[in-house]
Every structure is written in structure tokens, then in C-alpha cells.
Design a protein around this ligand. Structure first.
Ligand code: NCD
Length: 351
């Protein structure tokens, strides 16, 4: 692995190696204090974050490395109109690994084209969030002993929730996963992911109601309605508060259900659920730190390498208004095929 942009790029074996390393670290953190000694992580957060930013920082510090960066781009030259390419080229000269979160879809992929060091996607708009997925899979594996054969309910804003998009990509690497996609019609899963699941013959059922399916689930992954991604504020108003998991709704769930949430929560999980032993979202956040330690131990120790020249690209220009190609005009129109369809190689939108 050179970069972590999309969890789909990892093989199952690469994931298993990453998980094994995360377990070794969590079982004996004192043996890993020097793994990144002398290494420097750049942390470029163009969007708000608590867990992801802090867990990456603490992960690097616990491995003996150091961290610099910004959590608010208005304090950097981005505010003067610097391009992503120039920021990344320069930062990758200072750091051994670059972690970035942006509101633009495909930005981490774009950055990886120009970086001399590994780039980690810490969330690119409503598109992907692969390191949250490492937290999620670490939690499931640690608490359930494995991931194969589980019935997984994904609930909430499946249209804009990047954590669920990454998780679906990742769960394609396991056997016998069944999805229950629980969302209002306005916030249903993007078509490219429906296509992705069909191609891989992953069974999924799209439903609007949470309660009827709860008894069947092994994992219930709740998500926040992603207010900041709505173009139409009325659409947000229509959909906010649509799912609220309460203690009483959990009464019909399996005894060993895992209730997960990437956090932050707004109101989709009532506070009284926190004391139920099935609620594992705070543990999940801590496992995320160990998963990120495992990732940094690998990536920050890779040799610096100039990227290959960027190909010219001859596809149609992506029309997704949130795609990085809309704001960074020098990017080539790169195309990839998902199933029969041509998609933007940065944001996955159908072309
Ligand atoms: C998520 C994100 O930023 O996408 N948070 C996180 O990284 N733990 C989920 C969210 O913001 O709803």
C-alpha cells in the first residue's frame, strides 16, 4: 500500500495484516513507542473534525513521531488561493506522511498524484472515509471475532455519509455479508454503490423503517444526517430526526448486536442507549486510534518517492459539483470503469 485513498484499493490480505498490527499495538503499546521515531506527519484538515484529527495526532505521538498542520485552512495559504497541488507538493517536502480531510470529493486522490510521500484520505466530502473504516472493522473484528457472515444495518444519511460508502467498499472483501440499507428515499445510497454491490453479488435490502429490521441485525451502524452536504436546506429539514434509536427499540435486537456510530451524534441515538452493553461507539473511537497507529507505522516509514508523471487524461469532464476537478482546473479528466459504466476516477460519479 502506498496511499490510503479508498478502502476498495486494499486487498483482504493487506487489511488482515493491518488488523494484526493494530492488535499487536493495542495489546502492547509500550513495545511500539519508537516505531515512528523521527517521522513527521502533516495533518491538513480543511473541514471540522474531532475524532479523526485527534486520533491521528495521538496515534503519531504514541508511536514516537511528531505532527504539524492546520485544522482551519483560513490560517494557511489556502486562504490566498494556493492550489491543492502546490500545497501538497510543498507539504510532502516537509513530512513523511500527509493526512488530509477536505470538503471536495476526490481531493485525496488528487493530492496523491503530486505527493512524494504517502497520502491518507481522512474524509473527502461525501465520498469516502477509509480510515474510519479501519476503526469500524477493527471494532467488529475485536468484539465479534470476525466479519464474515454478518448482517449489517446501515442507517441514516446513506447518500452523503462517507463512512458508510467506505464501509460498503470494505465489506465487499468479506464473505456472506448481508446489508440492510435503512434510509429515507431522499437519502438513499448513491447509484454507483448499488451497482458496486450488485456486481459483487452482495445481498442488500433497501428499507425506510428501522424497527422492523432490528431483530435481524448483527451490526447496526447509525449515522448522522449530514447537514453540511445539503444543497437544499428544506431537504435537510424534511429528513432531520428521521431515525432515533432508543433503548426500547433495542429491546427486540439480538443480545450480541453491536451498535456502532462514527460520531459525532446529533440525536440519532438517544443518550440512554449509551449504557447498553451493545453500544460500542465510544470503544469504536478508541479502536480507531490503534487502527491509525497500525496504518502510520507502515506509511510513515515508506521511502520518499517522486510520483509518476500525471497522465493527460482524455475522458469527459466530471459534472459532480462537489468533485475536486471542479475547483482544481489543472486536474486531468481521469476515468475508471465500474461495471459497465464510466466513472470519474476522483469522485466515482457516473460520467
Ligand atoms: C464522520 C465524518 O467525518 O465523516 N466522523 C468521523 O470521522 N468520525 C461522520 C460524521 O461526521 O457524521
Amino acid at each position: 500500500m502506498r496511499h490510503l485513498i479508498d478502502f476498495g484499493d486494499l486487498s483482504r490480505q493487506e487489511w488482515e495484516e493491518l488488523y494484526a498490527r493494530a492488535e499487536r499495538i493495542m495489546d502492547a503499546p509500550e513495545r511500539h513507542l519508537d516505531v515512528c521515531r523521527g517521522k513527521v506527519m502533516a495533518s491538513l484538515f480543511y473541514e471540522p473534525s474531532t475524532r479523526t484529527n485527534f486520533s491521528f495526532q495521538t496515534a503519531m505521538l504514541r508511536l514516537g513521531g511528531t505532527v504539524f498542520g492546520f485544522a482551519d485552512p483560513s490560517s494557511s495559504s489556502v486562504a490566498k488561493g494556493e492550489t491543492l497541488k502546490d500545497t501538497v507538493k510543498m507539504v510532502s517536502g516537509y513530512a513523511d506522511v500527509v493526512v488530509m480531510r477536505t470538503p471536495w470529493e476526490g481531493a485525496a486522490k488528487a493530492a496523491s498524484l503530486y505527493s512524494d510521500v504517502p497520502v491518507v484520505n481522512a474524509g473527502d466530502g461525501g465520498h469516502m472515509h477509509p480510515t474510519q473504516t479501519t476503526a469500524d472493522l477493527t471494532t467488529i473484528t475485536r468484539l465479534r471475532g470476525g466479519v464474515d457472515g454478518l448482517s449489517v444495518g446501515l442507517c441514516g444519511d446513506l447518500k452523503n455519509g462517507r463512512t458508510v460508502h467506505s464501509l460498503i467498499k470494505a465489506l465487499a472483501k468479506f464473505d456472506g455479508i448481508r446489508f440492510f440499507l435503512i434510509a429515507p428515499r431522499d437519502l438513499a445510497i448513491p447509484e454507483y454503490l448499488r451497482q458496486f454491490m450488485r456486481e459483487r453479488k452482495m445481498p442488500f435490502l433497501e428499507v425506510a423503517g428501522l424497527e422492523p429490521v432490528i431483530p435481524q441485525l448483527d451490526v447496526l451502524y447509525m449515522t448522522r444526517i449530514q447537514r453540511e452536504r445539503f444543497v437544499d436546506p428544506l431537504e435537510y429539514e424534511r429528513n432531520k430526526g428521521v431515525y432515533i434509536l432508543t433503548r426500547s427499540k433495542l429491546s427486540r435486537a439480538k443480545e450480541n448486536l453491536l451498535v456502532m456510530h462514527p460520531l459525532p451524534r446529533v440525536d440519532e441515538i438517544a443518550v440512554d442507549v449509551d449504557d447498553d452493553p451493545r453500544a460500542v461507539y465510544f470503544q469504536q473511537a478508541r479502536y480507531g486510534m490503534f487502527a491509525r497507529m497500525a496504518l502510520l507505522a507502515d506509511l510513515a516509514n515508506q521511502p520518499r518517492r517522486a510520483p509518476a508523471p500525471v497522465e493527460a487524461g482524455h475522458g469527459p469532464v466530471c459534472r459532480n459539483p462537489r468533485c475536486i476537478t471542479q475547483t482544481e482546473r489543472y486536474l486531468p479528466p481521469l476515468v475508471k470503469r465500474t461495471g459497465g459504466a464510466e466513472c470519474c476516477a476522483f469522485c466515482d460519479a457516473p460520467l
